[in-house]
Every structure is written in structure tokens, then in C-alpha cells.
Ligand binder design. Structure first.
Ligand SMILES: N[C@@H](CCC(=O)N[C@@H](CS)C(=O)NCC(=O)O)C(=O)O
Length: 270
């Protein structure tokens, strides 16, 4: 039995914004030119997914593991924008069999309806943000959204600690919290003090979604050595995180999937 499985988004009806996007952009132009054409996932896995997808009007598939990680911002953009999608979730056991089918041997990967695959989480985030109407059209607003997203990135800081023995991991991460993460959080706080409710203009953009995901991930307990109450020292970030968590589509997403590390993505307890 295959160890990966598909989860469907709650939307079985194609929403207006998505319909109009598809109407105006021919299918082949919806994929970036640099996107590579790779084999689909193995026959058995693929058939299983298609069987689940038969009732959907789209077949955008987001390939990743079950945890939030590098796919969560894309999941949220698709959800907030009402863009139908399904997920292909790999486990530690099933992943090695599929690694070779991904463009760069890693996930997340977004598979288009014609089988083309887009890799690299940042590229996927921007692509789905555009589909979702969350990527600002104004170049400066887009730059501001990118600025916040890049500033809040925590994964690069901790990437080299992932395979360390636990004790070493904890001690190195505590050091990184002081040397690398605290300055990032202070800068983010300053940015939010001046930018208003959102990081780019007066409405939610993908920049907010990425900052939200990074703040929640950081304090979710997924990184041993990083305390879950980290944001208590950053009141501006705490209020901001909670405001984004209270956006109805996001709140609803975590009401359905708020187990484990995702508990930290919910609104603050009243
Ligand atoms: N730069 C890539 C990094 C992707 C990455 O590191 N993916 C990890 C999971 S977070 C992965 O696929 N690990 C399994 C492997 O490398 O075999 C991105 O941002 O998408």
C-alpha cells in the first residue's frame, strides 16, 4: 500500500477569481517558461490521486510532507484565495521512492493540471499568490511583500542544525536565537510598527501569509531548542500574528487542521 495520500481542499466548486484567471490565461502560459517537464509520480501513487481528484474541477497538486514547513504559506495562499487544490503528502517511508520524480529531488513541488512541475518553495509561493490575488500588482507593494517574506525567513538560519545530535542542536539553536533570530525579529517589529496592519499596503498579501507562517513555525515547538513562548518579548509581532490568525479563512483552516505543531497557528486563547 502506498504511504502517501491525497487531501482535498474544501472547495469543490471553482470560484470566480480562479475561473476568470483561467479564462484569460491560456493553459500553457500559466506555467513559468523555466518549469521543467518531469515524469509524473509513480503509476500506483498517481492513479490513487487521480481517483480522488475525479470530482474536482482542477488538478493542482501540492507535493510535500505532512508538517507545515516550506509548503504552509502556499497552502494558506491557495486557501485564502479559494483556489482549489489537493495535497500529495509523503511520509519518511514513501518519500525515497518519489524523490527521483521531483525536478530537483526535493519538495515542495506544485504539479500543474498538465503534469508540469514547479519546484522551489519561494517560486511556488509567488505563483500561487498570483493565482490567489495575494501578490500585489503594484511593483513597490510587491517589493514590500517580498521584503517582509525574505526578512522573516527562519529556515535558512536553522538548516545546518537539522541533522545535529539533539544536545548539540539545542545549544547551537540557543546561540542562533541570540545572534541571528533576535535581530530579525527586532527588524520585523520595527517594520510592522511603521507599515500598519499589513506589510504591503492596506490589505493582506502573500508577504503577511509568509510572515505569519514563519512566526507560527518558530514558536510551534518543531525546532527543539527554540522556546514556544518566544514571541512574548515581541508584543508587536504577537499582536500581528494573532490578527492574521483571526482572518476567517485562516482561522477555519486551523480549526480543521490544528493538531500538533499547527496548534501554534491558531488565534491566541481568549
Ligand atoms: N530550496 C528548496 C529546499 C527544499 C527542501 O529542503 N526540501 C526538503 C523538505 S523541507 C526535502 O525535500 N527534503 C527531502 C530530501 O531532500 O530528500 C525550497 O525552498 O523548496
Amino acid at each position: 500500500m502506498m504511504e502517501h495520500y491525497a487531501i482535498h481542499s474544501a472547495h469543490s466548486v471553482m470560484p470566480t477569481r480562479w475561473t476568470s484567471f483561467r479564462r484569460h490565461v491560456p493553459s500553457r502560459q500559466r506555467c513559468a517558461p523555466a518549469m521543467s517537464q518531469h515524469k509524473k509520480p509513480s503509476e500506483a501513487g498517481y492513479q490513487k490521486i487521480v481517483a480522488h481528484a475525479a470530482s474536482l474541477e482542477t488538478s493542482l497538486k501540492l507535493h510535500y510532507f505532512g508538517f507545515p514547513g516550506r509548503a504552509e504559506a502556499s497552502r494558506l495562499c491557495l486557501t485564502v484565495g479559494n483556489v482549489p487544490y489537493e495535497e500529495v503528502i509523503y511520509t519518511q517511508g514513501s518519500w525515497p521512492e518519489h524523490k527521483g520524480q521531483m525536478p530537483f529531488g526535493q519538495v515542495p513541488v506544485l504539479e500543474m493540471e498538465d503534469g508540469k512541475m514547479l519546484a522551489e518553495s519561494l517560486a511556488i509561493e509567488r505563483y500561487v499568490a498570483k493565482l490567489a490575488g495575494l501578490y500585489p500588482e503594484d511593483p513597490l507593494q510587491a517589493g514590500l511583500a517580498d521584503q517582509a517574506a525574505f526578512l522573516s525567513d527562519i529556515w535558512e538560519v536553522f538548516a545546518h542544525t537539522i541533522y545535529m545530535p539533539l544536545a548539540q542542536k539545542i545549544s547551537v539553536r540557543r546561540e542562533l536565537l541570540v545572534t541571528k533570530i533576535a535581530p530579525k525579529l527586532q527588524n520585523l517589529s520595527k517594520l510592522l510598527e511603521t507599515s500598519g496592519e499589513y506589510v504591503a499596503g492596506d490589505k493582506l498579501s502573500y508577504g503577511d501569509v509568509v510572515v505569519f507562517v514563519n512566526l507560527c513555525s518558530l514558536s510551534s515547538g518543531i525546532l527543539p531548542g527554540v522556546p514556544t513562548d518566544l514571541l512574548k518579548d515581541y508584543p508587536v509581532l504577537k499582536v500581528y500574528r494573532n490578527r492574521i490568525a483571526c482572518i476567517p479563512a485562516i482561522k477555519e483552516f486551523y480549526e480543521k487542521r490544528g493538531e500538533g505543531f499547527r496548534a501554534a497557528f491558531k488565534p491566541d486563547a481568549a
